[in-house]
Design a protein around this ligand. Structure first.
Ligand code: NZQ
Ligand code: ZN
Length: 406
């Protein structure tokens, strides 16, 4: 098992009507004047913003509102938010929305806590020392930003992420009921993203994995797969939405990677460039590229893919799974590789069953060679970095993966 640090200080308030507690939670945290930050339409249309504002008023808390966060949130609105908070002497930020709203709020909190330009943090040119108090009300199960240490912001077409422990929210309110208004496509994009946060961690190191963490990861993946299929048939199923929502937070707070290294994250890096250049939904970019990435790298440690195939995707009949030495002793390398490949196809079939893309053209663009070159250049930060842990990928590898996935 690899060494690790695991600390998730976010208070989670989960379940029906949980949002009615937000005023008291902010008061508990010492907030007196709040920025209520939200997206384009959904939270206003559903009446959630009005209800939240009433709760704040009932708790004696003042507020200002700033809506308009777009998916793949833009730096320009972050800057507007920072100015507004300073002018209004806001002392607490409340994100009401999905990963985009929460990440925009996190960027505002960095901007308020530090006296340099916030984009420098995302460009890795400056290190934040302070973070403003943040709470969230989650309206989509997907990014996991409500308990994660990450945030991802887009500046024009450049999408960049940053991770600092200080950016985990003080509290996150999760009411699965609030996700019932989501279009089915967004729901499924969210399910893929949740799975990918555990899958990226699954492929984190070179053989030193924690048995317990693997079991947690397998349980989470199976739960998301089962409940995603339920939601495809019955999108308003509360229990299925609750399972997915809880999985969304646990998948990205670090739990499913403890002891397994830092994770691979290649698909996220490759996917961010597709969102940056074309604006595609995050979860869909991950589905479009995962299978190609997997086939490109699986020979590094085919037994890791074989374990996923057997334990999560049901490739090997249950009675054979009883044999603990299955992967090392009983099977030849060719057999392990064959199971690995079957697993990769099974995962792609599962994505297809959710109507998710498994190639880039299904996202809506027939990539030209010039676009592929540009994506690889962007993803390699102009040839200055590699990505991935399971297999390190340089600019040529990136180019090949985009090309094979197109
Ligand atoms: O703007 P509105 O009208 O609210 O519409 C949103 C948006 O169009 C809609 N929506 C949200 N809740 C809804 C709803 N529609 C109806 N009913 C509801 N209850 O859904 C659309 C997508 O929202 P968004 O917040 O963009 O989704 P998601 O949570 O998937 O967040 C995606 C962003 O998070 C980043 C992604 O890269 C992307 O920018 N990520 C953030 C991470 C983190 N901070 O830890 C990790 C992830 O890997 C990811 O990179
Ligand atoms: Zn993600």
């Amino acid at each position: 098992m690899e060494n690790f640090t695991y600390q998730v200080p976010t208070k989670v308030v989960f379940g029906q009507d949980a949002e009615s507690q937000c005023g008291e939670l902010i008061k508990e945290a010492g907030g007196t004047k709040v920025l209520v930050h939200f997206g384009g339409h959904s939270a206003v249309k559903s009446g959630l913003i009005d209800r939240v504002c009433k709760t704040l008023t009932d708790s004696g808390i003042k507020y200002v509102k700033l809506g308009g966060v777009v998916p793949n949130p833009q730096l320009s609105l972050v800057r507007e938010g920072i100015q507004l908070c300073k002018a209004e002497k806001v002392d607490f930020v409340l994100a009401v929305g999905g990963g985009s709203v929460i990440d925009s709020s996190k960027a505002i909190c960095y901007g308020l806590g530090n006296d340099f330009d916030v984009w420098e943090i995302y460009e890795k040119k400056a290190t934040p020392t302070k973070f403003f108090p943040l709470g969230t009300i989650v309206t989509i199960a997907a990014a996991g930003s409500e308990t994660s240490n990450s945030s991802v912001i887009t500046n024009g077409k450049e999408k960049r992420g940053t991770n600092y422990e200080m950016s985990r929210p003080l509290f996150s309110i999760m009411n699965p009921e609030l996700t019932k208004t989501l279009p089915i496509h967004q729901t499924m994009c969210g399910c893929v993203d949740i799975m990918m946060h555990t899958l990226e961690r699954w492929f984190g190191a070179d053989g030193k994995y924690s048995e317990l963490t693997d079991s947690i990861a397998e349980g989470l993946l199976s739960t998301v797969m089962e409940n995603a299929l339920i939601l495809k048939e019955t999108p308003k199923d509360y229990e299925a939405r609750a399972e997915i929502m809880w999985a969304g937070s646990l998948s990205h707070n670090g739990l499913t990677g403890c002891g397994n290294g830092i994770g691979d994250w290649s698909c996220h890096q490759l996917g961010h460039e597709l969102s940056g250049m074309f604006g595609y939904t995050h979860g869909a970019t991950l589905a479009s590229i995962w299978g190609t990435w997997a086939r490109y790298v699986y020979k590094e440690h085919p037994e890791r893919f074989a374990k996923l195939a057997c334990d999560v995707l049901g490739i090997v009949p249950a009675e054979q799974k009883e044999n603990e030495d299955l992967y090392e002793d009983d099977l030849t390398t060719e057999e392990i590789e064959s199971i690995a490949l079957e697993g990769i196809s099974a995962m792609e079939d599962f994505f297809k069953s959710l109507d998710m893309p498994t190639s880039i053209h299904e996202l809506g663009t027939e990539l030209t060679d010039a676009q592929i070159d540009q994506l690889a250049i962007n993803c390699s930060f102009n040839k200055t970095r590699t990505i991935g842990q399971f297999k390190q990928l340089d600019v040529n590898d990136m180019r090949q993966i985009y090309s094979k996935a197109r």
